[in-house]
Design a protein around this ligand. Structure first.
Ligand code: BGC
Length: 424
């Protein structure tokens, strides 16, 4: 009996990997680089109580201050050709990358011509290799002068971001295939102003949550319009932090309502405000949450978890995609990945998510591309370097060499043929 099945993805489907400037480039001075210096020792102390004994034993680097300092990152600013070699080796036809505002405009109104030239060369190389570019304008980091004026709490940041965006659109726009104005605005809001995990470290700062929310929406709409004025066919969106919350007990009305509220806040609140100013929906999916009505309000079964403790839950992406069908917009999966230093589960993780994405496509959801997070290992924000998301490991101790993990080959085969082979 033949138990093999082939799932074909639509023609022209985009296959690639995703990165963000700050997490891989190195040498950027911004709000995050300052924050790391001030918080590294605290994060070392926190690791002792926050992470499980198994995680602590597997990743002793979480007890080194250096783990929490981005510094040279993967040195991708100087090694783009090495990253490009990986992108090509994966048989990708697309790449999601970011531009860093702090590098482009380190001082107010002073634009770094060298950096713009650099990014132009990078984009040109991608074009020469027939790789479509999805470009992110803002992935959480900001120049210090913007941070010092209050970041997204300040009205002035709107005008400043618009001016930065205009520069990028004018200088680089002809080489960009699709745009993301903001990566996961709700993560910046949640961690910056609710639990205080990210800069500016505010907790339960409710008024600021609404202020930042409002300013981000206003800015997105303005930048959307500017891109469209110059490129009428442009594809512009934001990358949504999606997650699939479900009640732990379907009969428990409180849990059902809590899960619905969580679903709305996470997946739709921001999107509904910009839905007439996006050409597609950018989906980042990693999580599901099993909601319980008592603290800590979430309790996953954790049948299979990755190094960070995130449960493998690929069916969640299917429910998210089905939920987004009502917006009647194309969808790009812009992030989906797992922290897996030993590459135990990554190949299966990718295949399982793709199987559910294929199922959503076959039920009429217009998914146009998949970008694995991430191309290489990178700087994982407040966790620093120990979680390894890369299809390629990077030897930061020695020569920054990119080393393919076995899953890179598996994913590369899928990208090459646009076919997922599954054994039933
Ligand atoms: C962010 C990435 C991050 C990834 C994994 C996403 O929410 O956009 O920057 O590296 O999660 O933690």
């Amino acid at each position: 009996m033949n138990n093999k099945k082939e799932l074909k993805f639509p023609k022209g489907f985009l296959w690639g990997a995703s990165t963000s400037a700050y997490q891989i480039e190195g040498g950027i001075v911004c709000d995050w680089s300052e924050w790391e210096q001030k918080n590294a020792d605290r994060l070392v102390r926190k690791a002792k109580t926050y992470w499980s004994a198994k995680q602590q034993a597997m990743f002793p680097e979480m007890f080194n201050r250096e783990n929490y300092i981005c510094g040279q990152a993967m040195d991708s600013y100087n090694r783009f050709d090495e990253d490009l070699a990986c992108i090509k080796e994966l048989n990708s036809n697309a790449y999601r990358m970011g531009i860093d505002w702090a590098r482009i405009e380190p001082k107010e109104g002073e634009f770094n011509a060298e950096a713009i030239k650099h990014y132009r060369a990078v984009l040109q190389k991608l074009k020469d290799n027939n790789i479509k570019v999805n470009l992110t304008l803002w992935h959480w980091t900001m120049p210090l002068w913007v941070y010092n004026q209050g970041g997204w709490m300040s009205e002035k940041t709107i005008t400043d971001f618009v001016r930065y965006s205009e520069t990028i659109i004018r200088e680089l726009g002809d080489l960009v295939d699709s745009w993301i104005t903001f990566n996961e605005p709700m993560m910046h809001i949640g961690h910056g102003y609710l639990d205080g995990k990210f800069p500016p470290n505010k907790r339960w700062s409710i008024l600021n949550i609404f202020l930042v929310f409002k300013n981000l929406i206003k800015t997105h709409k303005m930048v959307y319009q500017i891109i469209h004025n110059k490129f009428s066919q442009a594809q512009v969106s934001i990358a949504m932090t999606t997650g699939f919350p479900e009640p732990a007990h379907k009969w428990n009305l409180i849990e059902v309502l809590m899960a619905r509220a969580a679903y709305y806040l996470r997946n739709e609140w921001f999107l509904n405000r910009v839905k007439n100013f996006i050409d597609y929906i950018g989906v980042n999916y990693y999580h599901h949450d099993r909601i319980i009505w008592y603290p800590p309000f979430k309790k996953n079964l954790n049948k299979e978890i990755d190094d960070r403790g995130w449960e493998l839950y690929p069916q969640g992406i299917y429910y998210i995609l089905k939920g987004y069908k009502k917006y009647q917009k194309p969808i790009l999966i812009l992030e989906n990945g797992t922290a897996d230093a030993e590459d135990r589960i990554r190949s299966r993780y990718i295949k399982e998510h793709l199987r559910y994405i294929h199922r959503a496509i076959s039920e009429g959801v217009d998914v146009r591309g998949y970008f694995y997070w991430s191309l290489t290992d990178n700087f994982e924000w407040a966790e620093g370097y120990w979680p390894k998301f890369g299809l390629y490991a990077v030897d930061r101790e020695h020569d920054f060499k990119r080393i393919a993990r076995p899953s890179a080959k598996v994913y590369g085969e899928i990208c090459k043929n646009g076919i997922l082979k599954i054994i039933k």
